[in-house]
Design a protein. Sequence first.
Length: 149
Amino acid sequence: MRCPYCNNQDDKVVDSRACRDGQAIRRRRECVGCNQRFTTYEYIEHAPLTVIKRDGTREPFDRPKLQKKIELACYKTSVSTDDMEELMDQVEADLGNRAVKEVHSHHIGEVVMERLKTLNDVAYVRFASVYRQFKDRQDFVRELEQLAN
Ligand SMILES: [Zn+2]
């Protein structure tokens, strides 16, 4: 790291600690040339998330598109707009924390379903029917029976 005081290229790290809830590392550095101290921060680079679809094609993660699907599932249920916003944030946090920046669409579906299940049964089953591609009424009945247990 180039020293901001004398442009020297050499420095040593004198202190290093986690900050911002563990999302960053703060390093105190001391210039070998002039002994001035300065601070650097290190973050994880959040690369854009790529979704691998069922047919194997890839597309960038599309938050508005997923939000639309969740809104449809929650239509006329007790799930509030705030609940949906929070759900989206949780899903994004879950996906953002992954080291691998490619995720299968069914994994996103599972994450949403897991959260929706705690919010509203109807919204959950509606969403599950799209993601798991229910073929007939039997699939619905099976899902509902599992919910009841
Ligand atoms: Zn210096």
